[in-house]
Design a protein around this ligand. Structure first.
Ligand SMILES: *Cc1c(COP(=O)(O)O)cnc(C)c1O
Length: 376
């Protein structure tokens, strides 16, 4: 068997055509394609506004800036995530605080969140791990009670639904990523969605150096050419050819999701009666977008299991190493932090291949190799 990665993009001729058209046009960056992609994306997730940027990480960073995270502020997030979910708080000189996970859903445990809230707490960054939505009603109840901002990390959750509503429409701000392993890709790219006009205006400013061209925001007005820098932002712009790719990909998102859910259901059926394997939990009233398909095995065999699958050309992976255990975090105040459930999960988790182009034959091969190891 050829090598099967755990995730990969699907690019068709229409996608290529969309990019080529932009390359032949007048604008390579900050042309019409960005606004088109933003409008199409906002409509898809049911948000009023969307701001496209150069990566999911940049999206989290401008969201933290728009939420006014600064030195002394604490932001609660999950340790079972990509480092960006916490790094974005550090970029703003805030303090990420890690709440342990719920061992059933692998998402942040809302009971743990409340224990960590104090007068310094400013926001919550829930991460919809693998595409399984967090308990958003409970997170919003806590946010209302303690006056906190909610920035959802939905890098895994494009197309996921919570109680019939699309992820991206629910909180103050929601971040998405268009890295090639995600549901749709721009090569690199990210998005923040919001329903709040003020947040929308600040997100746009932070994307481009903190510059405004809106006369109402200026201290003076010198003429047509005039603009002002009124905050410190960055260059987080995404190019037109990247957003042309994203817009073309977004047309097929339902097709992508359908296939991912089919693959997940087939893995579920194959493994549900094997006692050595824990399959993902399906929370009621939610519909996962299955960015990842993660199973758990006994931690004593995980390493061997991983190596066996890799030797057999199966590109399994482990998502994620608890963020606070990284040397950088340990050296910066997190050495004594321990989230027991997150660490147990990390020790036993393994991500199997799941992506639109995975064929039935490839999946059957993966299933057979998994069972062969477990029962062999
Ligand atoms: C992919 C990802 C991001 C953002 O990643 P970029 O590579 O910067 O687009 C953020 N959070 C999580 C959980 C992710 O998986």
């Amino acid at each position: 068997m050829h090598y099967i990665p755990y995730g990969r993009q699907d690019i068709n001729d229409e996608d290529i055509q969309a990019v080529v058209e932009v390359l032949k046009s007048d604008f390579l960056t900050t042309g019409p394609k960005i606004a088109e992609f933003e409008a199409q994306f906002a409509e898809y997730v049911g948000a009023k506004y969307a701001v496209a940027v150069s990566s999911g990480t940049a999206a989290l960073h401008i969201a933290c800036m728009a939420a006014d995270i600064k030195e002394g502020d604490e932001v609660i997030t999950s340790p079972i995530t990509f480092a960006a979910s916490a790094n974005c708080v550090l970029y703003c000189k805030g303090t990420p605080v890690f709440a342990d996970i719920n061992p059933l859903t692998y998402n942040i445990d809302c009971g743990q969140i409340e224990k960590l809230i104090n007068e310094r707490t400013k926001a919550i960054i829930p991460v919809h791990y693998a595409g399984q939505p967090c308990d958003m009603d409970e997170i919003h109840r806590l946010a209302d009670k303690y006056h906190l901002m909610v920035i959802e990390d939905a890098a895994h959750a494009l197309g996921a639904t919570y109680k019939g509503k699309m992820i991206g429409s629910l909180s103050d701000m929601t971040e998405f990523s268009f890295h090639p392993v995600k549901h749709i890709t721009c090569g690199e790219g990210g998005m923040v969605t919001t329903n709040d006009e003020k947040l929308y205006e600040s997100l746009k400013r932070y994307r481009t150096h903190g510059i405004t061209r809106n006369q109402q925001e200026m201290t003076e007005y010198d003429g047509e050419w005039y603009y002002e820098q009124i905050a410190l932002g960055y260059n987080y712009r995404v190019t037109d050819f990247q957003t042309a790719l994203g817009a073309s990909q977004l047309k097929r998102v339902e097709q992508f999701l359908k296939r991912r859910r089919e693959i997940a259901a087939k893995y579920d059926r194959a493994f549900q009666n094997i006692k050595e394997i824990t399959i993902p939990y399906q929370m009621e009233q939610t519909n996962s977008s299955y960015h990842l398909y993660v199973i758990q095995v006994d931690k004593s065999i995980r390493k061997q299991f991983f190596e066996y699958l890799r030797e057999n050309q199966i590109g399994v992976n482990v998502h994620y190493i608890p963020v606070y255990t990284f040397p950088y975090y340990r050296a910066n105040g997190y050495a004594a932090i321990k989230c027991q459930k997150a660490e147990q999960f990390y020790a036993s988790a393994i991500s199997l291949p799941i992506f639109y182009r995975l064929t039935d034959e490839e999946q059957d091969y993966v299933i057979n190799k998994v069972i062969e190891f477990i029962q062999g």
